[in-house]
Design a protein around this ligand. Structure first.
Ligand code: PNS
Length: 199
């Protein structure tokens, strides 16, 4: 029977003989000792994503390692874009970001967050008028699951008046959307509008 000392000796001999290469051992050890990734959920309708949403996601990435953008599927709420279209617009914008994931969800947000290993929900607060609704939602979510915390973030002042609803209205009335939405979103709005006028 070999002593622990002898076993270690054999292990190091094997390593030297390249049975294991030392770089893969280092990587394995880094993985074992790496701190868990800080992950947050950023839920919303995103019908469509605006520069205000983008701003909140970018601010969120200063705090979290990963942000899961959760696009709500709500058949009761009439949206201009389908869930898939809303998701695609977000994915297109963050195509180079490995730290952004986009998923659709229905049902309770707290359940979705828990099932996706996140215990923080990010919400943007633009103005005092947002506060009551957000306060109610955050406290209800806490009641449903005390483990889930809501973190409010303020967008850049220049987006504090911006909403998906206003974006759609401005577009329909022929106003410019420069700086208000990602370029791709303006293109999708144009396509959607063209289709609806042809139909
Ligand atoms: O962009 P929105 O429309 O303000 O987003 C609202 C959203 C999706 C965050 C909210 O409606 C939601 O969390 N829906 C999931 C259903 C749920 O968990 N309801 C209880 C919350 S109090």
């Amino acid at each position: 029977m070999r002593s622990n000392q002898e076993k270690l000796q054999v292990y190091f001999e094997l390593t030297k003989q390249n049975f294991f290469d030392s770089s893969s051992l280092t990587k394995m050890s880094e993985r074992i000792h790496a701190p868990a990734k800080k992950r947050a959920v950023y839920p919303g309708s995103f019908d469509p994503i605006t520069s205000g949403h983008v701003d909140i996601i970018q601010r969120g990435l200063k705090i979290f390692d990963e942000i899961l953008v959760a696009v709500v599927e709500n058949p009761k709420k009439k949206s201009l874009f389908t869930t898939k279209e809303r998701m695609n617009m977000i994915q297109d914008f963050f195509v180079d970001h490995k730290d952004i994931e986009v998923k659709a969800f229905d049902g309770l947000l707290v359940e979705f967050a828990k099932n996706n290993n996140a215990n923080i929900v990010i919400r943007g607060l633009r103005a005092i008028s947002d506060f009551e609704y957000e306060f109610q939602m955050a406290l209800m979510n806490r009641k449903l699951d005390p483990e889930i915390e809501t973190l409010f973030m303020m967008p850049n002042l220049s987006y504090s008046f911006l909403s998906s609803k206003l974006v759609k209205e401005i577009f329909m009335l022929g106003g410019g959307l420069t700086d208000l939405v990602p370029g791709q979103v303006e293109k999708k709005l144009r396509e959607k509008f063209r289709k609806s006028t042809q139909a």
